[in-house]
Design a binder for this molecule. Structure first.
Ligand code: NAD
Ligand code: IPM
Ligand code: MN
Length: 360
């Protein structure tokens, strides 16, 4: 079958890591007799440089016409890049938020799994790691602080800034349903994370999550305050199966969850809605500090491509083959610098992509 895949190469390490994920998809196409038609889509800094806007109407329409979109990461160094001299609505991140909203991608799934082979790269003590851990952060992606009204204004001669956090019952319900659905396919535990001891939006979150839980009697539900969750993730990550949370908390907790797996360079993500369409991207950023040096870890992007095969194209066998190839390459001792440990073979971004593609 032929699929139309949108490709956002993005900024910084984006083009390098996307090239490796495409290498892997090409191998999948060859092996499983599928056809992927790639269409480049501009987003973020690359789009600003070419068009003056971080996302054009045309780029959004192209993304909508695809069966799925694979993305690197966008953005630059937020203190030195000229992109950050532009008004906030014309900066790279505004494009990312606009494409998420424009495509209706309200459910962001970020799995964090500790590979047996990467135990040495995990910063936690051995007794905490135990047999490893396997959790998924289900992050609401099109609401909350990211999409509330914001402004900077003068009052009584003082400059003030305000950001607003709004959630509707419906927005909470649809992400909660996705979280419980995923828990049913896993270990059947949902930890809903909020700040209900302070925020009204969190009290509504808790109420709606409790209602949704009624339809999933097999799933164990617990509520946890976000500050405690941040602590529990390093104290005992094994306790988590599905962490269900709002946009900003999910952003922060997923970076934390990624690091306990060894490196942010390992954490994939899928941004989903109803139906099969999705946008797949690593959870990390454009890493401007290491761009162009062929040292970035492409595994998060390659695992995102695997999620694309699984969730958008229903190609479980091919997705399993990609996941297995990643595991095998780690077993064979190859490491990018971010996950390097004693006795292993250090490889660059391109070599890592090739080694994984060869194992499919
Ligand atoms: P970052 O994730 O880009 O980098 C944080 C640290 O992790 C850096 O030291 C970097 O070198 C390292 N790192 C990240 N990915 C890596 C990889 N694949 N392999 C090895 N090391 C890796 O976060 P930041 O520095 O805070 O942000 C840089 C830019 O990226 C900003 O403009 C930010 O807005 C943007 N950003 C974009 C996305 C996205 O496109 N989805 C996500 C996060 C941040
Ligand atoms: C992410 C990123 C984005 C977010 C930024 C770049 C807007 O950090 O995808 O995690 O905060 O959602
Ligand atoms: Mn983030």
């Amino acid at each position: 079958m032929s699929y139309k895949v949108g490709v956002i190469r993005g900024d910084g390490i984006g083009p390098e890591i996307v090239a490796e994920a495409l290498k892997v998809l090409d191998k999948v196409a060859e092996k499983y007799n599928e056809k992927f038609d790639y269409t480049d889509i501009l987003l973020g800094g690359a789009s600003i440089d070419a068009t003056g806007k971080p996302l054009t109407e045309e780029a959004l329409e192209t993304a909508k016409s695809c069966d799925a979109v694979l993305m690197g990461s966008i953005g630059g160094n937020t203190t030195t890049s000229p992109w950050y001299k532009l008004p906030a609505n014309l900066r790279p991140e505004a494009g990312l938020l606009a494409i998420r909203k424009g495509l209706g991608l309200f459910a962001n799934m970020r799995p964090a799994y500790l590979y047996e082979e990467l135990k040495d790269a995990c910063p936690l003590r051995e007794d905490i790691i135990g047999d490893g851990f396997d959790l998924v952060v289900m992050r609401e992606l099109t609401g909350g602080l990211y999409f509330g009204e914001r402004k900077t204004f003068e009052e009584d001669g003082v400059t003030k800034a305000v950001d607003t956090l709004t959630y509707s019952e419906e927005e909470i319900r649809r992400i909660a349903v996705r979280g419980f659905d995923i828990a049913m396919k896993r270990r059947k535990k949902v930890t809903s994370v909020d700040k209900a001891n302070v925020l009204d939006s969190s009290r509504l979150w808790r109420k709606v999550v409790n209602e949704v839980a009624q339809d999933y009697p097999e799933v164990e539900l617990e509520h946890m305050l976000v500050d405690n969750c941040a602590m529990q993730l390093v104290r005992d990550p094994k306790q988590f199966d599905v962490i269900l949370t709002e946009n900003m908390f999910g952003d922060i907790l997923s970076d934390e969850a990624s690091m306990v797996t060894g490196s942010i360079g390992m954490l994939s993500s899928a941004s989903l809605k109803e139906g099969s369409f999705g946008l797949y991207e690593p959870s990390h950023g454009s890493a401007p500090d290491i761009a162009g040096q062929n040292i970035a870890n492409p595994i998060a992007t390659i695992l995102s491509a695997s999620m694309l095969l699984r969730y958008s194209f229903n190609m479980d066998e091919a997705a399993d083959a990609v996941d297995h190839a990643v595991k095998q390459v780690l077993k064979d001792g190859y490491r990018t610098v971010d996950i390097m440990s004693e006795g292993m073979t250090k490889v660059g971004c391109k070599e890592m992509g090739t080694l994984i593609a060869e194992r499919i």
